[in-house]
Design a protein around this ligand. Structure first.
Ligand code: ADP
Ligand code: MG
Length: 476
């Protein structure tokens, strides 16, 4: 397996990650659609304003026309101009004043702004007796209606127009805010559920095939995706379980014939000893010894496969790990002796709770690896106790394990140098089994470089950390 090549592009910023994420995309799409709609509506509203104004002026003109006789009569001195103007203001719902053509205030609300300077076209409209809408970029729109040829009626729409614009703006802001909030909620509800699926998939990918994502049986596409993931994990789990139990059964079936073969090989070696001196006898003796060795390795491999299968197939409910107190000093001394390892235990009376057979297998494999890596030099086996756990370490003065390989040596059947090491030692299952045993005890294992007095030295250091209190108790 090769590692994926590192991406040479610079890492994305938080903002661009957000924009490219599903949440950002749903939110921005929805929000952009709303903004586009509001902009379009504003453009249409602005473009049709002239027509709207024209209609509005016409309606106001009809009202003014109806009041004109009373106004004209009052201007001619027959009636109350003030009362007539107020009546018109009430009908128009606008601020209204009557001014003479030279600007003098005649009646109505004196706060009404003066008539703005007229453009020639507007002046000629007014002289023809038609009303004029005066709209400037800033300032409040006014309506001017000629009353006879001496006065003009000014209706100030300012308040009303400003109020309408303000209401419109508030409405738009409210709408955008409301739709933005609902876009946010929609995006969040979608992405939150996807994040749950992502988390579930990641856990399954880490090997937790018993994990299930929560789904609603009557749910939508996302629930269906979750259900498909659960089915997949179940099928994978069954497949792996089947393979493992096949392997375990085969290993078990192999045990008896191998044991028989070993007895026969032993017998053969014994008989070969008593053969008469002959060149062929020496070859037979040598062959018998090698046969015994090979069968011994085969027996170890099959036993390792069985132990590994037993550890894999056990669930949290039926742990195959025994919980026995182990006095570490004599334990390590016994295991270290065949490998001429230097043993040190601190404090000397240190003990932990664990499975003696499994831990024997673990330490023995580490020691045999170390001795194989450095047939002549020193090999150390140490145990250091702390408040909650024990650090067991096996070190050697061999070539060490390159940093890039330190994680992979724990994979099943992974060996660093096939050709060199094939004739000695196992099939690459040893450290895999060690990691399984450490995990079954609730501990960890790691490969490191060797250090002495703070300086790197050639050699490997395999470190196992185990909880003092022993493996986690089975869940009943
Ligand atoms: N102490 C060590 N020094 C150098 N290499 C090691 C050491 N221990 C393990 N290795 C490497 O890790 C590989 C895997 O070890 P292991 O799983 O025990 O398999 P095996 O002992 O069957 O080869 C070994 O083949 C060896 O290349
Ligand atoms: Mg080994």
């Amino acid at each position: 397996m090769s590692e994926p090549a590192p991406d040479p592009r610079p890492g994305p910023t938080a903002l661009s990650r957000w924009r490219r994420g599903l949440f950002g995309r749903v939110f921005l799409t929805f929000f952009a659609a709303v903004l586009a709609f509001v902009t379009l509506a504003s453009i249409v509203q602005f473009a049709t304003r002239e027509r709207h104004d024209a209609g509005w002026v016409e309606a106001a003109d009809a009202v003014v026309e109806a009041h004109k006789p009373a106004l004209l009569a009052a201007l001619a001195g027959d009636g109350d101009l003030e009362a007539a103007t107020r009546a018109l203001a009430g009908a128009l719902e606008l601020r209204v004043a009557v001014r003479s053509l030279d600007g003098a205030h005649l009646a109505g609300d004196p706060a009404t702004p003066p008539l703005r300077p007229l453009r020639p076209r507007q002046r000629s409209r007014l002289e023809r007796g038609a009303p004029v809408m005066l709209r400037e970029k800033s300032g409040e729109p006014q309506l001017a209606f000629p009353i006879g040829d001496r006065a003009v009626l000014i209706a100030d729409t300012g308040d009303q127009a400003a109020r309408r614009a303000r209401n419109l703006a508030l409405g738009v802001i409210g709408l955008v805010g409301l739709l933005g909030a609902s876009a946010w909620l929609l995006a969040r509800s979608l992405t939150r559920r996807l994040a749950l699926l992502e988390d579930g998939a990641a856990r399954m990918a880490r090997g937790e095939l018993g994990h299930r994502v929560q789904v609603d049986p009557l749910g939508d596409e996302i629930d269906r995706l979750g259900r498909a993931m659960n089915d997949m994990a179940y099928q994978l789990g069954e497949l792996i379980r089947g393979q493992r139990s096949l392997l375990a059964n085969v290993s078990h079936e192999l045990k008896t014939p191998i044991a028989r073969l070993r007895v026969l090989a032993e017998l053969l070696a014994e008989r070969a000893e008593s053969l008469p001196e002959h060149p062929a006898s020496a070859r037979i003796r040598q062959g018998a010894v090698e046969l015994e060795q090979d069968l011994g390795e085969l027996a170890t491999l099959v036993q390792d496969l069985l132990t590994s299968g037993r550890l894999e197939l056990s669930g949290p409910h039926a742990s195959p790990v025994q919980r026995t107190p182990i006095d570490l000093a004599p334990f390590l001394a016994r295991l270290g002796a065949p490998f001429a390892a230097e043993v040190a235990v601190t404090p000397p009376g240190l003990s932990l709770v664990g499975d003696p057979l499994l831990l024997d297998r673990l330490i023995t494999n580490l020691l045999s690896n170390a001795r194989r890596a450095c047939p002549q030099g020193h090999v150390w086996a140490t145990a250091v106790g702390a408040a909650e756990d024990v650090t067991l370490a096996v070190e050697d003065e061999g070539p060490g394990i390159p940093p890039a390989e330190r994680a992979r040596v724990f994979e099943a059947f992974y060996r660093l140098d096939d050709a060199r090491a094939r004739d000695h030692g196992g099939a690459g299952l040893g450290l895999y089994l060690c990691a399984q045993i450490a995990r079954a005890h609730g501990g960890t294992i790691a490969a490191e470089g060797r250090q002495q007095a703070g300086e790197a030295r050639p050699g490997a250091r395999l470190v196992v950390r185990l909880p003092l209190a022993g493996p986690p108790a089975p869940v009943l």
